[in-house]
Design a protein around this ligand. Structure first.
Ligand code: NAP
Length: 454
């Protein structure tokens, strides 16, 4: 098992790390457990002050953090800066709101006084992916620490430097020793950690196999787990849509983060009345994207994060074409170094082709022509996933129906599906369970404790 930073734009190895062994893991776990015991007794105002200080450090370190993410996983520098800014936002949000979310709730019963307290659970193990190497961690950590928990981070093995940079932020913000620790370990270390009584709960953001494995291990030891898994979000374009806006948003929704986002639009369902103009404009806009060095300001699309991800995407495209899909743009691996994959558009995609059924983690857009709103909703829901859904329609009645009938954790009308600290985020079906962000996210890792005083 290696833990290495490899620049996906060049193939150059930037740094390698020796994975933590048994003694190091034990030391970090013991430190986290000790920190959790003290932190739960620390006043909420002190806990939120730490989260606010983390926001300041994120602002101060924005350029260095952004560059590091670009070098380690290939997102454009502009996207990396925006990610660091969003992390500061989520910290500020919980710094301001957590005390209210954690306030005791009085309930009138037969007791002299009865109320609900929100107590922390203890040490939460966070298993995180590389695609938003800061955001995924901070959106969990800001509410979890504000609520009085400690955290152990097992980050993806290709972003160890980001993991250590996050650990440094919490340490430098003044967190008690051990309150937030990074473990440089592979996935095989997760199940034994979950069996340890000092770990109270877990959260995983990542693929379905990783989610199933962590859910199994958490189930064995009867521990709470939140899972944020993959998606195959539909993007519906209906006859009343503002096509300029729909096309521009469709391109962003597919290629944001070099196409490697759980809530990227991954299936484009276009009504026959607007199919031809939408397709022509979408293909032109995808074809105009500039692929190249993610550090260069003019670049729209950087490399995929690893050679394995590119190989899998290319195989999905090839199998879809073999099944009958038409290639309208892209579709072949460019020569030269780096894990680049071009903007690709597929049309006439058979419903059993990989591009219709599997998650496409890269800048590949399958188009589907639909004849009616009913067909659009049925096809949108014909997936094992249920993370987000976007629909472009200016008809309020259609918006109401879509909000009610699309099977997803979120529905965005006339806009990009995105996470926002003020709104809950998560999925249904094979996209996972539990919620992050807003009060829902903070309350995943608390004990809603009933107190009855006669
Ligand atoms: P991944 O391979 O599942 O890895 C995610 C994390 O899980 C990594 O830390 C990985 O460690 C660990 N892991 C892998 N197998 C494991 C196992 N059997 N037991 C315990 N831990 C294990 O996913 P990825 O390729 O990094 O991320 C892409 C996936 O994440 C996509 O499916 C995407 O849609 C999903 N995602 C979901 C959300 C959401 O909010 N729903 C957000 C972002 C991404 P190693 O790196 O050491 O293998």
């Amino acid at each position: 098992m290696t833990i290495a930073s490899v620049n996906p734009a060049t193939g150059e190895t930037l740094a390698t790390f020796t994975p933590h062994g048994d003694a190091e893991i034990e030391a970090r776990l013991a430190a986290a457990a000790a920190a959790a015991a003290g932190w739960r007794r620390t006043p909420v105002a002190e806990r939120t002050a730490l989260v606010a200080r983390a926001a300041e450090l994120l602002d101060e370190r924005r350029e260095a953090l952004a560059r590091l993410a670009t070098l380690e996983m290939g997102k454009t520098l502009a996207a990396a800066r925006a990610e660091v800014e969003k992390c500061a936002w989520v910290c500020r949000h919980y710094a301001a709101e957590a005390a209210g979310m954690l306030a005791t709730e009085e309930v009138a019963t037969d007791a002299r006084r009865s109320f609900v307290r929100f107590d922390p659970l203890g040490v939460v193990l966070a298993v995180m992916p590389w695609n938003f190497p800061y955001w995924q961690v901070f959106r969990f950590a800001a509410p979890a620490l504000a609520a009085g928990n400690a955290a152990l981070l097992k980050h993806a093995s290709n972003v160890p430097q980001c993991a250590l940079a996050i650990e440094a932020i919490w340490r430098d913000a003044g967190a008690p020793a051990g309150l937030f620790g990074a473990l440089l370990v592979g996935g095989a270390r997760v199940a034994p950690l979950l069996a340890d009584p000092r770990i109270a709960a877990a959260t995983l953001t990542g693929s379905e196999p990783a989610g199933a494995s962590v859910a199994r291990a958490a189930g064995e030891s009867l521990k709470k787990v939140v899972l944020e898994l993959g998606g195959s979000d539909p993007f519906l374009v209906l006859p009343s849509a503002d096509l300029d806006r729909a096309v521009a948003t469709a391109v962003t929704a597919r290629v944001l983060n070099n196409g490697q986002s759980c809530i990227a639009a991954k299936r484009f369902l276009v009504h026959r009345d607007v199919y031809e103009p939408f397709t022509a404009r979408f293909v032109a806009a995808m074809g105009a994207l500039r692929m190249g060095d993610p550090l260069a300001p003019e670049t729209d699309l950087g490399p995929l994060a690893t050679p394995a991800i590119r190989a899998e995407l290319q195989a999905q495209v090839e199998r879809s074409v073999a099944a009958g899909a038409h290639l309208l743009l892209g579709g072949s691996v460019p020569a030269g170094p780096g894990c680049f994959y071009p903007p690709t558009v597929l049309a006439e995609v058979p419903l059993d082709a990989p591009a219709a059924r599997e998650e496409l983690f890269g800048p590949v857009a399958p188009l589907f022509r639909v004849d009616s709103l009913d067909e659009a909703i049925a096809l949108a829901n014909a997936t094992d996933f249920g993370l987000g859904a976007a629909a472009f329609t200016t008809d309020p009645a259609e918006q109401e129906r879509l909000a009610a009938e699309l099977d997803a954790g979120s529905v965005f009308c006339n806009g990009l599906v995105k996470s926002d600290p003020r709104l809950p985020f998560g999925g249904i079906k094979r996209s996972g369970f539990g919620r992050e962000l807003a009060a829902f996210g903070l309350r995943e890792f608390v004990n809603a404790k009933t107190v009855w005083i006669g």
